[in-house]
Design a protein around this ligand. Structure first.
Ligand code: SF4
Length: 417
């Protein structure tokens, strides 16, 4: 008999580290956003200063965490609480909309007015968001792709400039895909969950640079799309069936649209963005690429890398959130990047699930056959060797990291008992 999402073998191995995500994916628990929708905000949002908004955000987040924990302990159900307006969701939307006027979504802290569009930050974006594709992704980790795929929304553009980017058509071409409104993004999420996807996977490029669109889309989740939204989002995904090819088998909690929000990111977010995401994200999927800033500057032209990404991982871990950390083994970077990253994880987030990935391939400026090739990156122009991959695995194993299931799950027969 074919396994269902709930009966996949992997939950016996790693389910203890992703309990909230699993419960929401199975509709045994409501997504955080359904709780946030019930946390009242006591401010007149349009008339409040940004300082007032952030103070209220701190207060309502604290209230959210109390209620969320009660829900987790089965002491409270969302149906016990009325939906309110304005709620923590409305407040979060107001804050990120204001932040567009002096953008600090990520650690670049450009402080440009993205609404005016007269000066661009590192990501080169104004207020528009574009999506290059959205679909049930069957290439993510088993815990995310499950049996019906991860409901992935690929936004264009990025705030890092990685020489080896595996998605350069999306990350470096901000005109890729179609322009989308938050309502249309919400329609994409609705469709993906109706098709049976186990989560809504916000990714890019990088989702952080589209924080305003994603937060507003989450606020709107649950309303079936109208025909105009359908026609527009369908244009980026013409092969997708609409309405769903099969009746919804999942995605409802106490009569409301329900789906885990998966933040699939390079983790170069600002502290402010972390505060916004805390009551909205159900499971975090991070990239921890570089073990030092010298490699980050050389390979991604990004300063403050290690301190920022480490801080955000530590925050998520100390909050007790569900977290999967990805680390890509790069040729010639086992000593300077892989080992320091794994050391940091062992010391600071020792119980986090880790995917030590061996699938690096030379792309973009590292690909000798690409017009973008840059000879400064010639040492990155091959796949990692078997020795490098095995050295990374051995190092992770010696540190006692929980990496085997996610790193080797496609070779399940080779997993140790
Ligand atoms: S998202 Fe980051 S890179 Fe883009 S303008 Fe804002 S702070 Fe700068």
């Amino acid at each position: 008999m074919r396994p269902t999402f709930s009966t996949l073998w992997i939950w016996d191995r790693v389910g203890d580290r992703l309990p909230w995500y699993l419960a929401v994916a199975e509709d045994r628990m409501p997504s955080k956003y359904l709780v946030a929708r019930r946390i009242p905000c006591d401010l007149d949002l349009p008339g409040a200063t940004e300082d007032d908004l952030w103070r209220e955000h701190d207060r309502t987040t604290a209230r959210f965490l109390d209620v969320w924990q009660a829900v987790r302990r089965h002491e409270l159900r969302t149906s016990d609480l009325p939906q309110v307006e304005p709620s923590l969701l409305d407040l979060s939307t107001e804050i990120v909309t204001r932040m567009l006027g002096h953008c600090a979504f990520c650690r670049w802290n450009c402080r440009v007015d993205r609404r005016a569009g007269t000066k661009r930050g590192t990501c080169q974006l104004g207020t528009d968001s574009r999506v290059s594709s959205y679909f049930a992704h069957h290439g993510e980790e088993l815990v995310f792709r499950g049996t019906h795929g991860s409901g992935t929304v690929f936004f264009t553009s990025c705030n890092l400039r990685c020489a080896f980017c595996q998605n350069s058509d999306i990350s470096h071409d901000k005109e890729n895909g179609i322009r989308v409104s938050p309502r249309e993004v919400s329609a994409m999420a609705w469709q993906l969950r109706q098709e049976g996807c186990h989560n809504i996977n916000w990714v890019g490029g990088e989702p952080t640079v589209h924080l305003h669109t994603i937060v507003e889309a989450i606020r709107r989740l649950g309303t079936p799309p109208n025909p105009e939204d359908h026609a527009h989002v369908q244009s980026v995904n013409p092969e997708a069936a609409w309405p769903s090819r099969r009746p919804a088998a999942s995605g409802v909690y106490e009569g409301e649209f329900n789906a885990p929000m998966l933040w699939n990111s390079n983790f170069f977010m600002s502290s402010e963005t972390m505060r916004i995401l805390h009551p909205l994200v159900d499971v975090w999927l991070s990239d921890f690429k570089f073990g030092n800033d010298r490699c980050a500057v050389f390979l991604s032209r990004t300063p403050w890398y290690f301190e920022t990404v480490a801080r955000n991982h530590k925050l998520v871990y100390d909050w007790g959130e569900d977290l999967v950390i990805r680390h890509l083994i790069m040729p010639h970077h086992v000593e300077c990047c892989t080992k320091p990253v794994l050391d940091w994880i062992a010391e600071n987030t020792p119980q986090a699930l880790v995917n030590v990935m061996d699938q690096y391939r030379p792309e973009y400026a590292c690909d000798r056959f690409s017009p973008a090739y840059d000879d400064r990156y010639r040492t990155l122009s091959r796949r990692p060797s078997a020795e490098e991959v095995l050295a990374a695995y051995a190092y992770a194993r010696n540190l006692g990291l929980r990496f085997v299931e996610l790193s080797m799950e496609k070779n399940v027969t080779g997993l140790p008992a």
